[in-house]
Design a protein around this ligand. Structure first.
Ligand code: FEO
Length: 182
């Protein structure tokens, strides 16, 4: 008896999203490392916490594939693009990553509709809502960077920005705070 409730195409597409979420986590790690090197400790902490959120997305999709009787295949994660050269570029990369992730999820929603796979459609609504929040956060942060002077921001405004972004609330603490995922 066939126990996989996902079509082969849907299983593959969800699996590709697992890899994309892992890639997103790598992008945030790369940006966090860049920020640390630039002595932007608040921004670095924010980005590393966000990397954890991406890994949670990845794990949730894996769990869903398995719950439906599908098979997760772990693939290689592509290398992120080169590091940014300033704070504005860093947060433009954040927004770009989130937009690309949203577009990939919308394609999954399209596929679930075309296959009348309503269980997957329903599951994906959580990710659609999550992406809406993530795009909103990325846009807000980019607005703050631009208000602070963008790529020409003074040292004083970068100092304040770093503090402000470091205090931005997120679901996950850094590694030196208590973290159940580490
Ligand atoms: Fe998993 Fe930031 O999207």
């Amino acid at each position: 008896m066939e126990t996989n409730r996902l079509s082969q195409r849907m299983n593959q597409a969800l699996n590709a999203q697992v890899t994309l979420e892992a890639f997103s986590a790598q992008v945030y790690l790369m940006l966090s490392s860049w920020a640390d090197d630039a002595k932007l400790d608040g921004i670095s902490a924010f980005l590393i916490k966000h990397s954890q959120e991406e890994r949670v997305h990845m794990a949730k999709i894996m769990e869903y594939i398995q719950e439906r009787g599908g098979k997760v295949t772990i693939e290689a994660i592509p290398k992120p693009s080169p590091e940014p050269t300033n704070t504005k570029e860093c947060f433009e990369m954040v927004l770009q990553q989130e937009i690309e992730n949203s577009e990939a999820i919308y394609r999954l929603v399209d596929l679930s509709m075309s296959e009348r796979d309503w269980a997957t459609f329903n599951f994906l609504q959580w990710l659609v809502a999550e992406q809406r929040e993530e795009e909103k956060l990325a846009l807000t942060l980019l607005d703050k960077v631009n208000l602070a002077g963008g790529k020409d921001a003074s040292h004083a405004s970068i100092y304040e920005l770093n503090k402000d972004i470091g205090e931005t609330g997120q679901e996950f603490p850094t590694a030196d705070e208590e973290n159940p995922l580490l």
